[in-house]
Design a protein around this ligand. Sequence first.
Ligand code: IPM
Ligand code: MG
Length: 368
Amino acid sequence: MENILILPGDGIGPEVMGEVRRVIDWFGTQRGFDVSLDEDLVGGCAYDAHGAAISDAAMEKAMAADAVLLGAVGGPKWDNVAYAARPEAGLLRLRADLELFANLRPAICFSALADASSLKRDLVEGLDIMIVRELTGGVYFGEPRGITDLGNGQRRGVNTQVYETYEIERIARVAGDIAMKRDRRLASAEKRNVMESGLLWNEEVTRIVSAEFPDLALEHVLADNCAMQLVRNPKQYDVLVTDNLFGDILSDVAAMLTGSLGMLPSASLGAPDAETGRARALYEPVHGSAPDIAGEGKANPIASIMSFAMALKYTFDRADDADLLERAVMHVLDAGFRTGDIMQPDMKAVGTSGMGDAVLAALNELGK
Ligand code: IPM
Ligand code: MG
């Protein structure tokens, strides 16, 4: 039996994860997906309960799970909490302790939603980029870090951008493998023109690709130029590999130009286990906790549902089920169901559970 830990988190997290549970149950009863579900706290709710953004007990469950499904963390309520205990710290601890170094963020423009993009339809229609973001290194975790008092009325804030060869090698391999299964085009973004860590990134990516992926077309792009290219002509990219901070920024740009931030899933993967071949994994929507609409039953559960589809594919080796779930979501969009974030004229307005109902109905229709 498989074992999933659900961490709904804060804000709209619990609502959207409620719909994911229904979808998981459907795969259990209709497709023989044999899974046991557990649930725990992460983020601000964990801080309120335990004084830490994730408890050791919840971390232990996450370590033992086949996959962790997370909703969202954070909210204004915890704005003044110290960094080490902030809601985001729970997410960062999960990434670090589970060694989830590879973050896959697909940016897909659903044609039913192309008009919701801030870019013109022809620039984004059919867009399908996979951003591969390094997730456990770089300036997010580099030492030294901190704020020191210089004693002369000045303070100094320090963070360290640091990468070692093995960190770049393993993320380049993940990106290379993915690109080989897609259009065999890989772009790598860094700032080698000002940063030594960027030059190292560039050289190591080149070395891995030429040694291990000779059939890939590799392009290097400066991260600032990449941001510009993403809004100028996003379809030029297929797979984009980049470091933790640039990946954070570029994936927000890519997500927004699909017009469907509320739709995008992500997977964070570790190294495959030597014996089982299975990697530690955490799946979460790209959107945040949306405290402004939390508890109102309005949130769009599709990004979380699509994150579970990624779990079916990448952890549970059920590509057919993942495909079925993705088709069910497309079907629902084509049929005109819309939550508020993606509402368009003449479409059918639904809330969180209404969208869940529509997905389940589509599964019943397509999954026969
Ligand atoms: C993301 C988020 C996180 C990050 C925050 C919530 C810590 O922006 O997953 O992109 O910066 O990585
Ligand atoms: Mg981000």
